[in-house]
Design a binder for this molecule. Sequence first.
Ligand code: NAD
Length: 306
Amino acid sequence: MKVLVATEKPFAKVAVDGIRKEIEAAGYELALLEKYTDKAQLLDAVKDANAIIIRSDIIDAEVLDAAKELKIVVRAGAGYDNVDLAAATAHNVCVMNTPGQNSNAVAELALGMMVYAVRNFYNGTSGTELMGKKLGIHAYGNVGRNVARIAKGFGMEVYAYDAFCPKEVIEKDGVKALDSAEELYKTCQVVSLHIPATAETKNSINYALLKDMPKGAMLVNTARKEVINEAELIKLMEERADFKYMTDIMPAANAEFAEKFAGRYFSTPKKMGAQTAEANINAGIAAAQQIVGFLKDGCEKFRVNK
Ligand code: NAD
């Protein structure tokens, strides 16, 4: 069996070493395609792969057509909107993610961006504190739960809304569960976004939702840029000089945001929530273990195209 690691943005060496150990211990062969610059390289590399580990790499119908021997793709990370699930199912390919492996890294970054924002981007002027502020967690999954844990340490009052997670599960963590996204945004001065990008959530963070946030509002987005209605966020920030937007996923309209909202808009140059040595290693090794479990025992835990 041949397991391909196809990563435009490679794993750290220590993570690749860990993946290799898992794959070779199972008696499989590991192949690496790192820092590829052209889709043709990916199409060539997947030809004889039985399993593929990816990060943000795009697996579409063309790649699946080229991968005649493929049985499983594992996205080392949480979001899997870079994989065409319908095409994978049509090709009889199992798709998995590795939930939870990078959640602490993303959560720490979200809190870091909140501190950066309330301290005026470290520009030397007097800022405010997070303690006592109301934080709304939009989607209480693996990342959201870690944000809650850290935010409570800062002394924030933590609220959450999740469309699928029962309120009792949220409240047992000492977090106040609300009934709707609207209520969350009305209640909280700071909202940290952790919804996946789905047909339902794309463009859902819009003017109507954001306009009722309390004075001094801040939106922190470490989820996906697609969930934001960028034109409506720009309109809102034009109307509200008190509104801050912090993200590690650069908007398509980054230049416009940067020009219009200096001092209250920040984007990292690259998506970097999960960019820590720990998350890299955890997610890579989990991906390798899930592949071995699937190929040897048919284990489909974490399958996302059921
Ligand atoms: P997760 O699957 O553990 O949690 C997602 C949560 O969203 C679930 O609790 C689910 O019930 C909830 N949800 C789904 N649809 C919803 C809706 N319409 N309204 C409200 N809640 C909804 O995922 P996670 O690990 O917490 O990650 C969340 C998202 O963050 C991922 O989908 C991914 O897009 C993004 N992410 C970004 C980075 C980064 O580097 N910035 C890293 C990891 C994950």
